[in-house]
Design a protein around this ligand. Structure first.
Ligand code: PLP
Length: 381
């Protein structure tokens, strides 16, 4: 059976999310802004969902804005800050997702400063603490967990330090939610989440605002979301997102990196010269970013795909382009190393057998790729 190791790109729909989506689509499909009883009922369910999400994040429901996903949430926030003050100075990490980097670059190209990355791909907190007081930052933004290496950022400490300095702090928690506990995430002034990263449907997510009275108005039009984001609310997707998050949060105590660590140990022995990015750093339990000792990563991906294994190069957003990785870029990797990087990201239901199949398939592929030039030579002789 094929094994899926690309959960950081997207996840299969959780059965609870599917059930919630079908129920809401059958029974709660009316427009929540309409003025008859059925619509009022959808509006009621929608607000209940907002309250449940607020409970999970330990924050006020009024701060939550439903969006189409993390890309919209991030763009909304930076667009909002660009309108608020002309001379904004922004501090960000060097390994953010493109949906953070691109809008930051568009709005604040000349005023972005970066927190350096250490050799283990974690953020340099010592430098961050020095940077904090060097100027009056308009906003500091850092992701909770890297989509590429799975490295965890100390967002809780960063949020507390920012609070002390009265600097707004935003955290893109797209890769954290559903994999690690969520109950302190509400401590961030601004927070981004995306359902399809944790078993919810695609095209739904949220942005937590610092203050319920903030009006980002990135999408303008109707008065939905208290006039803060135009567009008919997608209640079935919201219900499904919540069902998935609740389901995986209940499972968290059993999530552990043991399978991933065993895989890495076996691979380092079987394929000498392999490097694990951030091996000893705090990391998501599901992610392994590897620089393989030889051969182009697209060859590895194609051969492993033929064997029924789905893995990725660096991040899904750069796959198919030049494959460049911001994490490896921050670590000063060479172009040759960049071409040998793969990302493995398991899921909540990945079995020991799946991991074993992956190790075996990598080893068989290594032999196959090593022999390919010899075979070509033999044919041409
Ligand atoms: N932020 C991070 C950290 C991500 O990993 C992703 C998706 O890869 C996104 C943002 C974009 O998410 P979405 O597909 O919901 O726009």
């Amino acid at each position: 059976m094929p094994a899926y190791f690309d959960h950081n790109a997207t996840t299969p729909l959780h059965p609870a999310a599917r059930e919630a989506w079908l129920l809401a689509s059958d029974q709660s499909w009316h427009n929540p802004s309409s003025l008859y009883r059925e619509a009022a009922s959808v509006k009621h369910h929608l607000e209940k969902a907002r309250e449940q999400l607020a409970d999970i994040l330990n924050t006020d429901p009024e701060r939550i804005l439903f969006t189409s996903g993390a890309t919209e949430s991030n763009n909304t926030l930076f667009h909002y800050f660009s309108r608020r003050s002309a001379n904004s100075s922004i501090l960000s990490s060097s390994i953010e997702h493109p949906s953070v980097r691109e809008p930051l670059h568009r709005h604040f190209a000349k005023t972005i400063h970066l927190i350096p990355t250490l050799a283990d791909s974690t953020l340099d907190l010592t430098t961050f603490n020095q940077q904090l007081t060097t100027q009056p930052w308009t906003l500091i933004t850092a992701m909770a967990a890297s989509n590429e290496s799975g490295t965890l950022h100390p967002w809780r400490e960063m949020a507390a330090a920012c609070r002390e300095q009265h600097i707004p702090f935003h955290c893109d928690a797209s890769q954290w939610l559903g994999k690690l506990p969520s109950d302190h995430l509400g401590e961030c002034d601004y927070l981004t989440g995306s359902a399809h990263k944790f078993g919810g449907p695609k095209g739904i997510g949220f942005l937590v605002l610092r203050d319920e009275n903030e009006r980002p108005n990135f999408l303008t039009g109707g008065p939905q979301e208290e006039g803060r984001r135009a567009g008919t609310e997608n209640y079935p997707a919201i219900a499904a997102m919540l069902a998935a998050l609740i389901a995986w949060n209940e499972n968290l105590p059993t999530a552990s990196p043991t399978q991933r660590d065993t895989f890495e140990k076996d691979l380092l022995t079987a394929l000498p010269g392999t490097r694990v990015i951030g091996q000893n750093a705090p990391r998501l339990w599901n992610t392994s970013m590897l620089i393989l000792p030889r051969h182009d990563n697209r060859k590895w991906l194609a051969r492993l795909s033929d064997r029924g294994l789905a893995i990725s190069t660096g991040s899904a957003c750069s796959a198919g382009h030049d494959g460049s990785s911001v994490v490896l870029g921050a670590l000063g990797a060479t172009p040759d190393e960049m071409r040998r990087v793969i990302r493995i990201s398991s899921g909540w239901n990945t079995t020991d057998q799946d991991w074993q199949s992956l190790t075996e398939a990598i080893m068989a592929t290594a032999t196959n790729l090593d022999q390919a030039p010899l075979q070509r030579q033999k044919i041409s002789l």
